[in-house]
Design a protein around this ligand. Structure first.
Ligand code: ATP
Length: 198
């Protein structure tokens, strides 16, 4: 069953500097953390945050966005092991066999270097440990997703998505957080990545 969650705003601020230029259309989550059911979040307008009671799953939404963008560190997703992203069941609901997250962008302004007007990236993790990335439903490598988003400022560790803890990191300038944020905003970080890869 597919149903739509209505969400409100707090804790997470999605930096719409980027989302204004390339709109995030929807987020689909299935079997990821507390999202046991197939859940579709539509972002028909600029979203600047998510609010809700403690433990209702606000941070899990941000975790899902980070994860589909390729986050590899379980700690960053508040987990001991990456396999813990898969819904682990409740008294009344069986555990999920897989976790899948899909993120859909409107690319009508051709900000992403592809001819597609709509771009959907997906990541699936199976209980067996196998994982899979897809670009518009075609299996691809994480590297392909990274290079597609390289010039956009959107990535698993970018400041396009700011979770609550990151605000503290920026204020405390933890591990040069402020410099990294300004470099991403100025578009310098992509040159650093390219230099590292050559
Ligand atoms: P807070 O306001 O405390 O930060 P929150 O609204 O951000 O809470 P989250 O931290 O996103 O909530 O969600 C926490 C919930 O997700 C907890 O109830 C936790 O048990 C549940 N959860 C996390 N991983 C899984 C999993 N693999 N399977 C099922 N539930 C999970």
């Amino acid at each position: 069953m597919l149903y739509t969650h209505s969400i409100s705003l707090q804790q997470v601020i999605i930096n719409y500097f980027y989302l204004c230029t390339m709109r995030l259309r929807s987020l689909q989550i299935k079997g990821f953390k507390s999202f046991a059911n197939d859940t579709l979040l539509n972002f028909s307008e600029n979203v600047i945050g998510v609010v809700g009671p403690n433990g209702s799953g606000k941070s899990n939404i941000v975790d899902a966005i980070r994860w589909v963008l390729g986050e590899q560190k379980s700690k960053e997703l508040r987990l001991d092991a990456m396999s813990d992203v898969i819904f682990n069941g409740t008294k009344t609901k069986k555990e999920a066999p897989t976790a899948t997250v899909s993120l859909t962008f409107d690319n009508t302004k051709n900000i992403l270097p592809t001819e597609y007007q709509t771009v959907t990236i997906s990541r699936t993790l199976y209980r067996t440990g196998e994982s899979e990335y897809r670009l518009n439903n075609v299996i691809c490598r994480l590297k392909d997703i990274n290079s597609l988003f390289l010039d956009t400022g959107i990535g698993s560790n970018s400041y396009a998505i700011i979770a609550l803890g990151m605000v503290d990191d920026i204020l405390d300038d933890k591990e040069n957080a402020r410099r990294r944020m300004f470099e991403q905003a100025a578009g310098i970080s992509k040159y650093k990545v390219r230099k590292r890869n050559t």
